[in-house]
Write a protein that binds this ligand. Structure first.
Ligand code: HEM
Length: 393
């Protein structure tokens, strides 16, 4: 078995053989490959069971004892993603008010308008980077609009979120933690000022609504803003880029989709399953739990490898085949249980609109290089860039 720190570039290009190897040994594979010993979960049923069992707790990615990265640790402690029980529910319910299906649906025209105007900016033909010229500005405009972040600050969020995502990746280095700790300080100051200005001049956005509710501490409010900005950026950018990458590599299905855009919803679900933007999440056992004859001890980590779970052949027929018509497709790309992704409907809508608009506006395009570079992240499936040559209209 490989050592995680020496993971070869091949792994980042295609992690699925490694996942298959783990699953063939056991869907619950005991590992000391990561910093904290634990169990790699590659089986679908096992993952669902763990995610729905509240004996498994969410926890901040940093050790509570750390003294080195205090700002990062304190902010993570205030993020509801890492909270459990009543503390989690309290904040999730408040934030969820801005993410109801009706609220999300209301963003449809704005998302379509933004996607179109980004493509208007492209010349009638040429070269573009799907990641930085299309997916990122689209996802960042949408989340910034929901929160009420000024448009001129979008670019900064890209840089900040690239840094912060590394601090929650399971392959993070002490260098990334150090710079993440610095960056989080900048973000805290940024949101402190923004909150003060919204207290003075409230608007219709989520930050103003949460201030008015007066149910969160200032620290919780800041941590929630940071969580939403990062969650709203990273994974959605990856979903849009990964989806276009898979489609451009599957010509027949791309053609089928171009001819029948009513397949879009099911195509996006398949992209979520096939190249899941979040590849791994973790829990910690709150007590001893027995599963498949294995004892998972209190305090032990479980690493749920969503990318592997979504290709479990016991759940998905021809799991390694991409099929835009797959039905049923009960993938776990957004997790499951009480921490099920709060932004799932938003991410789905953004991806459906982004891809439809792209296909309508760009009738012809090719990848500049079929061997693209994936970022060296263990927990996220993220392309560094994706250059295409295209003819637009
Ligand atoms: C393709 C896009 C996305 C993917 C694949 C994704 C994936 C996930 C996953 C797997 C979780 C569960 C984490 C866990 O249980 O440990 C999660 C939680 C979460 N996601 Fe997403 N997400 C996406 C987009 C978004 C967007 C657009 C937002 C916000 C605007 C968002 C906000 C959140 C939040 C706040 C949580 C924590 C929920 C809680 O703890 O109650 N996500 N997401």
């Amino acid at each position: 078995m490989k050592n995680i720190n020496n993971m070869h570039t091949d792994f980042f290009r295609n992690p699925y053989p490694f996942y298959d190897e783990l699953r063939s040994i056991s869907p619950l594979y005991r590992t000391s490959l990561l910093k904290y010993k634990g169990v790699f979960v590659t089986g679908y049923e096992e993952a669902v069971t763990i995610l729905k069992d509240t004996r498994f707790k969410n926890r901040i990615p940093l050790p509570q004892s750390t003294l080195k990265y205090e700002s990062l640790k304190d902010t993570q402690n205030d993020m509801f993603l890492f909270k459990n029980g009543a503390d989690h529910i309290k904040i999730r319910m408040l934030v969820n008010k801005a993410f109801t299906p009706r609220m999300i649906e209301a963003y449809r025209p704005y998302i379509a308008e933004t996607a179109n105007s980004l493509l208007d900016e492209m010349k009638l033909g040429g070269t573009m980077d799907i990641v930085s010229d299309f997916a990122f500005p689209l996802a960042s405009s949408v989340i910034a609009r929901i929160l009420g972040v000024p448009a001129e600050d979008h670019q900064k969020f890209r840089e900040w979120s690239i840094e912060l995502i590394q601090t929650i990746d399971f392959m993070r280095s002490s260098k990334s933690l150090k710079s993440g700790n610095r960056t989080i300080g900048i973000l805290i100051n940024y949101f402190k000022k923004l909150i003060i200005s919204k207290e003075l001049y409230p608007a219709e956005d989520l930050i103003s609504i949460l201030i008015k509710e007066e149910k969160m501490t200032n620290e919780e409010l800041i941590a929630t803003c940071i969580l939403l900005v990062i969650a709203g950026h990273e994974t959605t950018v990856n979903l849009i880029s990964n989806s276009l990458f898979i489609l451009l590599n599957n010509e027949e299905q791309l053609l089928e989709l171009r001819e029948d855009l009513s397949l879009m919803e099911s195509a996006v679900e398949e992209c979520l399953r096939y190249e899941s933007p979040t590849q791994m999440i973790a829990r910690i056992a709150g007590e001893d739990v027995e599963m498949n004859g294995e004892l998972i001890k209190e305090g032990e980590h479980v690493y749920i490898m969503l990318g592997a779970v979504n290709r479990d052949p016991r759940k998905f027929l021809h799991a390694d085949q991409f099929n835009i018509r797959r039905d049923p497709n009960q993938h776990l790309a957004f997790g499951a249980g009480v921490h099920f992704c709060l932004g799932a409907s938003l991410a789905r809508l953004e991806a459906q609109i982004a891809i439809s608009t792209f296909l309508e506006r760009i009738p012809e395009c090719t990848l500049a290089d079929s061997q693209l570079k994936w970022r060296r992240l263990f927990s996220f499936r993220s392309l560094e860039e994706m250059i295409i040559h295209f003819h637009g209209k």
